[in-house]
Write a protein that binds this ligand. Structure first.
Ligand code: SUG
Length: 419
């Protein structure tokens, strides 16, 4: 069985809009009320996937969820027409595009039963995200239906907030080798909420059958959350034997580094000092919300958003690192501005699953030709713009519903239309 890392990107849904819903996410708060461009947003995401394919990486997709979420509205005793503007915005959010929050994934080499375990995130902290898990689970059940290789769990009870892979990292000598799984939780974030509860992380580690000596729980620093790092993946990213993090990412980094050094052959810690890149610049540029990947040519590559190139301190750090002897050998720049304006960088848009692609439902895997066909649907059906005060208009709702259905027809996943 050939285990590879597959990046599953959430296709940006046709209702993508700026509603300012995420308290503690400085980009979402800053862009609330602005006009969004769903078509451009989805095409940016597709271009990012194309660039990953051209590096030789395996690529998958998750599909947009039904919006408005009528089931959720019905449980609140409302319809989209009757709902207050804020409830309507919560029901129309395209937030499932940020697939890093879809689930936590423990690949087969790490687990007691030798299967890949997945737990969808309950995302209970933000109302617009708290209703994602049901449809996420439904897609995971189809994509990873092969019970000989995958084990799916229901979300952790909502008493304990869980935001999925955005607060989880994995280090291993190679993707297919047993790894060290790192769960990052928050306790306090100053004025902002800590979204990941330690009990959720511990429950997932138990349910996934992870050995205690290869599982680490580490607290995210309060100052990182207070600076706008609402998920750990805004200040740290790991790939194979490399951990790349900001100096102020963790409350107490030494036990983490010691565990990595003890458990991961060839472990390398690449730290960016506050003196070189201030936490504020790290959050603004999303330097760490990058995809750190191992293409087949062996050159470890960091896929950063264009905002990283535009932030002087960050770009200077990257240029220095590339000239030196560090483990990151190549930097690729992608434009995901529409997603970035809601606080979602390249890493937020993808969920990493280490698996044999032959065991995944092929409708969730893409090549260039399939991305061309998806882009054609997006160009034809995705709204060009959405103003915040349009979210309850029947014409927009009809467009958004029709656009999603056209995409599901194209990829042959009509069973997702009305689950
Ligand atoms: O949960 N933004 C998302 C961004 C998620 C980024 N994901 C990772 N870091 N992995 C969030 O805050 C904004 C929606 C709005 O304001 O309309 C939003 O949900």
């Amino acid at each position: 069985m050939a285990l590879v890392e597959i990046n599953f990107d959430g296709i940006v849904g046709p209702s993508h809009n700026y509603a300012g819903l995420s308290f503690g996410n400085v980009a979402s708060m800053g862009h609330g009320g602005q006009v969004s461009q769903p078509r451009a947003a989805a095409l940016e995401g597709i271009d990012k996937m194309r660039s990953n394919l051209s590096l030789g990486l395996a690529q998958g997709i998750f599909l947009p969820h039904p919006r408005p979420n009528q089931r959720w509205l019905a449980r609140l005793g409302a319809t989209i027409e009757q709902a207050s503007p804020v409830i309507a915005a919560n029901a129309m959010s395209a937030s499932p595009m940020w697939a890093a929050n879809a689930a936590t994934v423990s690949p087969a080499p790490d687990t007691a039963d030798g299967k890949c375990h997945l737990t969808p995130a309950n995302l209970r902290t933000m109302p617009h995200r708290s209703h994602e898990w049901r449809h996420t689970l439904y897609q995971l059940q189809i994509a990873f239906a092969d019970a000989a290789h995958f084990h799916l769990h229901p979300p952790v009870p909502p008493a304990f907030g869980d935001e999925g892979a955005a607060n989880h990292m994995r280090l291993a000598a190679a993707h297919g080798e047993p790894g060290l799984e790192i769960f990052v939780f928050g306790v306090s974030g100053g004025a902002f909420p800590a979204r990941q509860h330690i009990e959720a992380s511990k429950a997932i580690a138990r349910l996934h059958g992870l050995p205690q000596d290869r599982t680490v729980f580490v607290q995210q620093s309060e100052e990182a959350i207070a600076a706008g790092a609402f998920h750990n993946d805004v200040v740290a990213v790991a790939n194979e034997r490399v951990l790349f993090a900001h100096e102020r990412a963790f409350a107490d980094k030494q036990p983490l580094i010691d565990a990595c050094a003890a458990q991961v052959p060839g472990f390398e810690y690449v730290e960016v000092a506050e003196a070189d890149v201030a936490l504020e610049d790290a959050v603004k540029s999303y330097l760490f919300n990058a995809q750190l990947v191992s293409p087949p040519d062996g050159e470890m590559t960091l896929i950063v958003p264009s905002e990283a190139r535009e932030t002087r301190s960050v770009w200077a750090w990257l240029e220095r690192h590339l000239k030196g002897n560090g483990p990151i050998r190549r930097v690729e720049v992608v434009d995901v501005r529409q997603s970035m304006a809601n606080g979602g960088g390249p890493a937020c848009l993808r969920l990493r699953v280490v698996a044999d692609p032959a065991t995944v439902d092929p409708r969730f895997l893409v090549d260039d030709a399939k991305l061309d066909a998806i882009a054609e649907v997006v160009r034809r059906y995705w709204p060009e713009e959405i103003a915040h005060d349009e979210l309850q208009q029947p014409a927009l709702i009809a467009d958004v519903t029709g656009a999603r259905e056209a995409l599901l027809q194209e990829v042959g996943l009509v069973e997702l239309i009305s689950p």
